[in-house]
Write a protein that binds this ligand. Structure first.
Ligand code: HAM
Length: 437
């Protein structure tokens, strides 16, 4: 048969390999723990949703909806479907569909893959992952402030301290009437500089002029810099809301900077918006983004209810950790069980199961191999110790415990009874942990 051609994965979509997965699991455990500390409960929604959900939810004139969505027609029933580019619209859909707000506000969190057809580069992928939070039904600035405090706690729990942690940029997008007045002023401003606008900006001028502020086109930066600021159009209630969020940050000693040009790339926001950014990852330095979206639930057909949330890009967060503060992860394996002789294999399995019942991570050698080659595999496995079971051990009812990484002779090779093996190994590893800490 002719050699088959290899099939490569989809561009911009990554495999998470075992050498990396330990760090992902560590981060996931920490993040979900902090979310739970603030009373958030998990929600899982499908990765496919009707296309209309994102068009209506995110906004027709946004980069995501205009050019980044993986949209297709289901050949089996003609439905228009989209791989979720973000999860806020989907959570809102689910909350409405299951009437989750019937008995009061809800705090929800999620983690999972999102899909955007962007040009791949470091920190920007076509499949990426987000940790996300949506707090639904709470109108006051207290929940906005609490979410920022929670994110700050999260950086700390990941070991990102001081200037290693992302820094917070904050803005208020005000309410609809304020944005409309600002929009009018923006259109007038850009119209008076029409010759400088590129084709994209020309097109957006009358549909969504706020998006022009997102443009990275260097030629347009002067006209963007001199554009009227939404801040100058905020009414009293919006100012009071923002001041309360700022007050929480100051009370908790969380540094922030006001960025009046922060508009976010999705249309559903009002009042508080924020991003946490780092300079350590090149162009894709936004680790987390979010804000308030008080009209989205109503816009998606639900009973009006305010809401506030954010999402963290997992790949970017992991890249930052690897750059500045990669944690020392616990070993993936505690014990490698080596055995020779048919009868010993059964006894070895009994010891392996006893060790697993005691909470140890155990890999038992599979297949025929010499003692030497099994010991080599044990060493390569990264396990802390090998448990050896041969005919001699089996007939005496013992195992040999051999340290594999006992720098400084911490654990001596020893024979222990089968019945005691699990407890002895737990004790030895605990001692090691204490010595290391
Ligand atoms: P977003 O700003 O579009 O917001 O995305 C949040 C985060 O996801 C970004 O700050 C970034 O870290 C990460 N991210 C976005 N696109 C990519 C990509 N192509 N590759 C790698 N990472 C990426 C949202 O998605 C909103 N749903 C957040 C939200 C929740 N607002 C309210 N609730």
């Amino acid at each position: 048969m002719a050699a088959q051609q290899k099939i490569a994965g989809v561009k911009g979509m990554n495999d998470l390999l075992p050498d990396q997965s330990g760090l992902w699991e560590w981060v996931e455990a920490r993040v979900s723990e902090v979310f739970r500390q603030y009373g958030y409960r998990a929600i899982r929604t499908p990765i496919l949703e009707p296309t209309a959900l994102f068009v209506r939810g995110i906004g027709e004139v946004t980069d995501i909806v205009e050019k980044e969505m993986y949209t297709f027609t289901d050949a089996l029933n003609g439905e228009q479907l989209t791989l979720r580019p973000e999860n806020t619209a989907a959570v809102v859909r689910s909350v409405i569909e299951h009437n989750l707000l019937y008995d009061g506000p809800k705090r929800l969190w999620y983690v999972g893959p999102m899909f955007r057809h962007e040009r791949p580069q470091r920190g920007r992928y076509r499949q990426f992952h987000q940790f996300g939070i949506e707090a639904l039904g709470m109108p006051g600035p207290d929940i906005d402030g609490e979410q920022l405090v929670m994110i700050h706690r999260l950086w700390q729990s990941l070991g990102l301290d001081g200037d290693q942690a992302p820094r917070l940029e904050l803005n208020s997008l005000g309410e609809l009437v304020e944005r409309q007045a600002h929009r009018k002023a923006l259109i007038e401003h850009f119209q008076s500089h029409a010759s400088i606008l590129d084709a994209d900006a020309q097109r957006r001028l009358l549909t969504n002029p706020l998006r022009i502020l997102d443009s990275k086109n260097p030629a347009m930066q002067p006209v963007i810099q001199s554009a009227p600021l939404l801040t100058d159009f905020l009414g009293d209630a919006s100012r009071v809301h923002l001041a309360a969020v700022v007050e929480t940050l100051e009370r908790r000693g969380i540094a922030y900077s006001m960025n009046p040009r922060l508009v976010r790339g999705l249309d559903y926001y009002n009042l508080t918006v924020f991003e946490w950014v780092t300079d350590r990852l090149g162009a894709q330095g936004t680790i987390c983004g979010g804000g308030r979206y008080d009209s989205l639930i109503e816009q998606m057909g639900g009973t009006p209810a305010p809401a506030c949330g954010f999402a963290i890009g997992v790949e970017r967060l992991i890249a930052l950790l690897q750059e500045v503060a990669a944690p020392a992860l616990p070993p993936a394996l505690d014990v490698y069980v080596v055995h020779w002789g048919e009868a010993s294999e059964r006894a070895a399995m009994q010891v392996a199961e006893q060790c697993r019942s005691a909470g140890l991570r155990v890999q038992m050698h599979c297949g025929e191999a010499s003692l030497k080659s099994q010991m080599k595999k044990a060493d390569q496995s990264g396990a802390q110790c090998a448990v050896l079971m041969g005919e001699d051990e089996r007939t005496q009812g013992v195992v040999t415990v051999k340290p594999l990484r006992a720098e400084g002779g911490l654990i001596q090779q020893d024979r222990v009874s089968i019945a005691d093996a699990a407890a002895v190994i737990c004790g030895l590893l605990k001692r090691r942990e204490n010595k290391d800490s």
